[in-house]
Structure formats: C-alpha cells, structure tokens
Design a protein around this ligand. Structure first.
Ligand SMILES: Cc1ncc(COP(=O)(O)O)c(C=O)c1O
Length: 391
C-alpha cells in the first residue's frame, strides 16, 4: 500500500523534534551535530533568537496579504538585497526551483522584447541542479531527473562542466543565456574556478548573452562572501537565490539588473505566496546578520578552521576519503568508500552530513558554527570514518 506521504524520498530513520544552533535532537533524545543545515538552509542555525523573534512578531500582526497590495516587509528585503548586490530589482518566490522558472522566463522575455524572439536557448552544464520543476529538470537534463517526465521544456543545451571551448562553440543565433552554479552543490561541491566565471562573463558580454547564476545553494554567505560570484569579481545579469535567505522559512528570490528585468512588466509573472510578510520578515533578519562584514569574516575564519580539520581527517583515513573540496562553509569530502556508507556511519556517530553526486559527502553547517562545534565535527567524523574502515 502506498504510504500516506508520497514515497519520493529515501529517508533516514531519524525524526528530529528540536533544533538549537548546530544541534538537532532526535525523538529518542539523541543529540546530533548538524553539518547539513537542511541542505544549506539553516544558515543561522536552528532557532536563532533573531529569526524566532522576527517570525513571531510578524505572526502576531499579519501572516499574509496578496501581492495585489504593497507588502512593507517585501519592500524592505528587496531594498536590502539591492543595497548589497549587483541587482536593481528583486522578485520573491517560495523556493529555488520557482526562481529557476522566473530566471528562464525573464531571459526569454528580454530577447523577445528586444525583437530577437528566436533567442530562447540557455546553455547549462552537466552535474548541475536547478530544482525539480519542469524548467529545473530540463535545465539540468540528467537522465536521473528527466526520465519519464517528457516532453521536456525545450531550449536547453547541455555542456560539459569546465569546457569553455564547448561554451563558445555552442553559441548560435538562438542562444539567450548561460546558466551556472558558481559552486555546484548536488553535483558534488564542484567550484567553478574564478578565471572560468570571469571567462563566462566575458563570453556573455562578447555575444550579448545574459549570465544567470544559480546561487540557491552557494549564496547567502555560504562561501564566505554574501554571494559566491563576488570572489571572481564579476556580476551576473540574473541570479537565483533561495535556501539560506529564509533561514528555514520557505523563501526564494530572483535578483536582476534593470536591463535584464526590462521585459518583466505588470502581469508577466506572479505568485500567491512569494514575498509574503512572514517570509520577508524572516528574510530581513537573515540579511541583517549575513550581509554584515564582521559576520562574513567569522564565516571565513571558521571555514579555514574546519577545512584544516578536514584535511587532517582525509590524511588520517586515506582509504575512506580522497580530498577536501569546496569554498567557505560549502565543503565536500570526496570519498573512496561509498559516500552513503560514510553518511550512514555519521548517523551512527551522531553527525549529519549530506550525500552528493561524484561520491561526495557535503558539509554545509550553519554559518554560526562555533569552534567547539568544529572540534566535535572532527571527533564525530573521525569516529564515522573509523567505523567505515572497520567494515
Ligand atoms: C543550486 C540549486 N538550485 C536550485 C535548487 C532548487 O531549490 P528548491 O529545492 O528550493 O526548489 C537547489 C536545491 O537543492 C539547488 O541546490
């Protein structure tokens, strides 16, 4: 008999009932160190007092109004995002994949309005992940995601990750945009080197294309800058954001330049919940913390400490791990042992990590991780690795 919850997930036998900082409590009382943050969502950890206050204060006043009316919390969050990024304008969604939908629509509408309606194609890369909506799966294009779900949304050209010549060769009079994650998350924590991001920006400029960055996983302070592309000194035309921006409340956004957003006039897009007062009140509190340079400096300091410990872990367990990769607190351990075995051994040793493609386990801890948490992370991952070795 089919379970009452549609069985689309392979769930671990864990039932968390409470969270605090980087710690999760299981229904049976065990305390787990959370190095996954709900897959890069709980950027400020669990139950951060400022977020609890923002949510509960807002909940006592107004939960929801339609986007038929002005929403002050939405305006405030958009202003903060515009102030701290390349963007001139923001549309709020509830998730990353909805941000993908709009990014694609926005790019196509831009060229349509410029009198180039044939420019509909978007270049994407293998190993990418842009969510599970029709545009998201068509953009990623992997067999695992698209099989059985045809006909797919047309207009995506899938290229080899890291092959810049392939990008140039793929550009035709139909090309509208390049869509890329500055650091692939689901694909196995694969950062795009700064020189490559710069080159992609240049290719877009040379060919009049839009650069769309998917910072759903790598954005919001995760790599130690507010957004990951800042390390490369470039800016996109359109950017997808979600996960960390709501700190655990469902919230996403598309940020864009005035030029790239020029086609999105009244009536061209909308959302019932996107930009709702609850989500945006929380988003404002998240931004107030993460956009603070002192906070980001701390992320970088802790990232260096964690990375150092992980390098030691890899050296101590050469049969289990191959290398540390990633940027800031978006780290991956490329495994030699099956990554799912390592994640499972982590559960046994009360530490949460997240599997990814390419036999990697992801460490996406709360950005508020403490030095004690880092020491605990090492101890627990070390025990997990020893358990894998013993089998
Ligand atoms: C890079 C990236 N883009 C898009 C998405 C989709 O986001 P959501 O699950 O909120 O729809 C994800 C989710 O993991 C992601 O990592």
């Amino acid at each position: 008999m089919i379970p009452s919850v549609l069985p689309t997930y392979n769930r671990a036998p864990l039932h968390f009932v409470k969270g605090e900082g980087a710690w999760l409590t299981e229904a049976d009382g065990r305390r787990f160190l959370d190095l996954g943050s709900g897959i890069a969502v709980n950027a400020l950890g669990h139950a951060h007092p400022a977020l609890v206050k923002a949510l509960t204060d807002q909940a006592q006043n107004l939960w929801h109004v339609s986007n038929l009316y002005h929403i002050p919390q939405q305006q405030a969050l958009a202003d903060k995002l515009v102030e701290h990024t390349f963007a001139d304008t923001v549309f709020f969604t509830n998730s990353g994949t909805e941000a993908c939908e709009l990014a694609v629509k926005m790019a196509r509408k831009y060229f349509y309005d410029k009198g180039q309606p044939e420019r509909v194609e978007i270049l994407t890369f293998d190993g990418s992940f842009h969510g599970r909506s029709s545009a998201g799966i068509a953009a990623a294009g992997s067999e695992k995601m698209v099989k059985g779900f045809g006909p797919l949304l047309p207009g995506f050209v899938h290229l080899t990750f890291g092959d810049l010549d392939g990008v140039t060769n793929a550009i035709t009079e139909k090309t509208a945009a390049i869509l890329i994650e500055p650091v692939q998350g689901e694909g196995g924590i694969r950062p795009v080197p700064d020189v490559e991001l710069k080159a992609l920006r240049q290719i877009c400029d040379d060919h009049g294309l839009l650069l769309i960055l998917d910072e759903v996983q790598c954005g919001m302070g995760r790599t130690g800058r507010l957004f990951a592309h800042e390390w490369a000194g470039i800016t996109p035309d359109i950017m997808m954001v979600a996960k960390g921006i709501g700190g655990g409340f469902p919230l996403g956004a598309v940020l864009a330049t005035e030029e790239a957003a020029s086609g999105m006039t009244a009536g061209t897009h909308g959302s019932t919940y996107g930009g709702n007062p609850l989500g945006c009140a929380v988003g404002c509190a998240v931004m107030d913390h993460i956009a603070d340079p002192t906070f980001l400096a701390e992320v970088n300091r802790k990232a260096a400490l964690l990375r150092q410990r992980l390098e030691g872990l890899v050296a101590a367990h050469p049969d289990v791990f191959e290398e540390v990769r990633g940027s800031g607190l978006m780290l991956g351990l490329k495994c030699k042992a099956p990554n799912l075995d390592v994640v499972k051994a982590g559960y046994d040793n009360l530490v949460i990590t997240v599997p990814a493609a390419d036999n990697v386990i992801r460490l996406l801890p709360p950005l508020t991780l403490t030095e004690d948490d880092i020491a605990e992370a090492f101890t627990r991952l070390d025990a997990a690795a020893s358990q894998v070795e013993a089998v």
